[in-house]
Design a protein around this ligand. Structure first.
Ligand code: FAD
Length: 446
């Protein structure tokens, strides 16, 4: 069955014929071109320090093929941007699921984070000169970028803690401070950093102290100290950098949107991006189910005289995985539809639901697949160990689960406490009235 035929019935009415055709092309491109090329990518990347200086040729070849197929920049939603491929968040969300099945597919189609979020920032908030200098080459896939918010010395899940100092002097800003987990900073093609810092630390409004500013990666005073590993994976050549800024000078024209607008920018950046991550994660979970099914039906590897698939518990894993991932997909698609019908702000609840639920669901499924492989599941012979490490970080990156849950819980409680209490009181009084009217004793209540 084709990808377009598998679109859940709830989402079908919102998907154009053009998007369905593209979705089928995406699936074919990912399964037939990207997944098989992953081994070649690793081989071309090589070993040691070279891995940070190399762009494997196969990725550039895939980019050319993707562009020929019209699979390029699908992430920029048509309601808000003219530069993209003209799809809605829902339509791209469906495509992102398939991109999540290969480590190469997002970059091959120019839909890779953090460039996607950075391009959205530049398209939405950048001025014409900034767009020409940075957005155009990013849209063309000629350069890459990083978003630098998190800092080693403060709890960065509360972005008001950010300390990197942005001080104006004449026609320049001067930056001092440290950043880490700057994803993408390892790539030799990464030319531009979008840096969040404090330009007005004493502003009484703690949400107006921050700004986002553009810093070319080769600016004097910028030092990339090291690349951080994720459960032992260094994600070369992309990488996650630890970077310091020592008296880094940039012109005032590098400020995005204006001083004090940093929070506005990061909030605008993260909504659709969370849906993209969530849908790619659904794809990763589907990939884990495929590997699970392949292992449990491997006739060469039987236990106690039977293939694993004839053990009831294993069939239960397959069934539960199917239920859980199908349910999670509906949550994400619902959030994408809500964004399309309004904007990311009007879909905060739905985006947070997807952001929290999907990685947890996917991790459970990947873990079942790892278990089914036994020791092979934790080594490099399947993609499962790497998938697990990658998805585990999504419970922290873009805001930890607890922060989203706190906001969700607070909003749900605030909106519902009065009407729910009033309704339950009314129902209790009504029950008493019915009881006494029929000659019974009213119930005792709390
Ligand atoms: C693979 C990866 C890639 C990343 N890429 C980037 C990037 O490109 N750019 C960038 O700027 N950052 C990036 N990050 C950083 C990420 O966004 C931060 O790690 C995240 O925001 C959490 O900040 P922190 O690490 O400072 O944790 P802290 O703020 O120190 O929080 C620690 C823990 O405290 C708990 N906690 C926090 N708030 C609450 C609360 N309200 N209630 C209960 N518990 C709470 C949570 O469990 C949380 O995990 C990346 C991280 C990873 C792992």
């Amino acid at each position: 069955m084709s990808a377009s035929a598998r679109i859940p019935p709830i989402a079908q009415p919102f998907v154009s014929d053009r998007a369905k055709r593209t979705l089928d092309l995406v699936e074919e491109f990912v399964e037939k071109e990207c997944v098989p090329a992953e081994g070649l990518f690793q081989a071309q990347l090589g070993e040691g320090e070279k891995r940070w200086k190399t762009t494997p040729a196969v990725i550039e070849e895939l980019k050319v093929k993707a562009q020929r197929l019209g699979l390029w920049n699908m992430f920029l939603p048509k309601n808000h941007f003219k530069q993209g491929a003209g799809f809605s968040n829902l339509e791209y969300g469906l495509m992102a699921e398939y991109l999540g099945k290969s480590k190469l597919a997002s970059e091959a189609t120019n839909n890779a984070a953090p460039d996607t979020g950075n391009m959205e920032v530049l398209a939405k908030y950048g001025n014409e000169a900034q767009k020409q200098q940075w957005l155009v080459p990013l849209l063309e896939g000629k350069i890459r970028s990083a978003f630098l918010m998190t800092e080693p010395d403060v709890a960065s899940s509360d972005a008001t803690n950010i300390q990197l100092n942005i001080r104006r002097e004449g026609d320049e800003y001067i930056l001092n401070g440290s950043k880490w987990w700057s994803s993408g900073a390892g790539d030799p093609r990464c030319q531009i950093y979008l840096v969040m810092g404090k330009s007005d630390p004493s502003n009484r409004d703690t949400y107006k102290q921050q700004s986002v500013i553009l810093v070319p990666a080769n600016t004097p005073g910028v030092t990339v100290h090291r690349m951080l590993s994720v459960y032992g994976y260094d994600d070369a050549p992309h990488g996650h950098g630890h970077i310091t800024f020592t008296n880094v000078h940039v012109p005032v024209s590098a400020m995005v949107l204006g001083e004090g607008r940093g929070f506005e920018i990061i909030q605008g950046r993260l909504g659709p991006g969370r849906i993209h991550h969530a849908m790619r994660t659904i794809g990763a979970a589907e990939k884990a189910i495929e590997w699970l099914i392949a292992r449990v039906n491997d006739e060469r590897k039987q236990t106690f005289g039977r293939s694993l698939s004839s053990h009831g518990v294993i069939l239960e894993w397959i069934a539960k995985s199917r239920i859980e991932i199908d349910a999670a997909r509906l949550i994400v698609l619902n959030a994408a539809i809500k964004i399309d019908q309004g904007d990311a702000k009007s879909a905060l609840k739905e985006i947070a639901q997807a952001k929290v639920l999907v990685p947890q669901t996917a991790l459970t499924i990947i873990d079942r697949a790892v278990q089914a492989y036994g020791a092979a599941g934790v080594c490099q012979d399947t993609p499962l160990a790497n998938l697990w490490a990658m998805i585990r970080t999504l419970r922290i990156a873009d805001g930890p689960d607890e922060v989203h849950l706190q906001q969700l819980g607070r909003r749900e409680n605030k909106a519902r406490k009065d009407p729910v209490t009033a309704k339950l009181n009314w129902q209790r009084d009504q029950t008493d009235r019915l009881l006494t009217a029929s000659g019974f004793k009213a119930k005792s209540h709390l």
